[in-house]
Design a binder for this molecule. Structure first.
Ligand code: PNS
Length: 165
């Protein structure tokens, strides 16, 4: 009998356009729960993005460098198919407020229907981050508001660089 426990791999999927301190909080906590955590950017998002996938991968890689069991990747197509290819047993998602719940429930149930062996694990957003979203950060920045403390420093730098172009 094989007594070696299988290593637990989880996927943390999203648009990450850009990564916020709320995402980072989830990554830090997810990295403690799983042996390996893959932060996976959806490549073909219907949403108009500010940063290219390559730029988002660069920012994420810089920011997660401190966590040895966290890697960054991107994917196309169904999330559960990608998760299965990575031998992941879990999908990690954050919930900020009750307004997130309905969409997340629908997605988790659809994903479970497609791949019953892959569980969606929800973590409540840290209270300091529950109001942060990538969309609000972009809006705030574009209107000249102060975004420090909302995004990791490399993202702040990139946003400034983009506004100078
Ligand atoms: O950060 P977001 O934009 O809320 O992330 C949404 C994401 C990327 C997790 C979701 O859109 C997704 O998984 N897309 C891939 C296609 C898919 O598998 N959809 C769910 C089942 S129909």
């Amino acid at each position: 009998m094989n007594t070696t426990p299988a290593s637990a791999v989880a996927i943390y999927p999203g648009s990450f356009d850009p990564i916020t301190n709320g995402h980072l909080d989830l990554i830090e906590r997810g990295a403690r729960l799983f042996d390996r955590l893959i932060v996976a950017i959806l490549r073909h998002d219907a949403k108009q993005s500010l940063f290219s996938v390559a730029e988002r991968m660069e920012m994420l890689s810089e920011v997660v460098g401190a966590f040895p069991n966290v890697s960054v990747d991107c994917f196309d197509g169904l999330l559960v198919d990608y998760a299965a290819r990575q031998n992941a047993t879990a999908i990690l998602r954050g919930i900020r407020a009750i307004s997130d719940y309905e969409y997340e429930l629908q997605m988790a149930l659809m994903n479970r229907r497609l791949q019953p062996r892959i569980e969606t694990i929800f973590l409540m957003a840290g209270e300091a981050y529950s109001f942060i979203s990538s969309r609000l950060v972009k809006e705030l920045f574009s209107l000249g508001g102060n975004i420090s403390g909302l995004v990791p420093p490399p993202v702040e730098i990139r946003l400034r660089q983009k506004s100078e172009i």
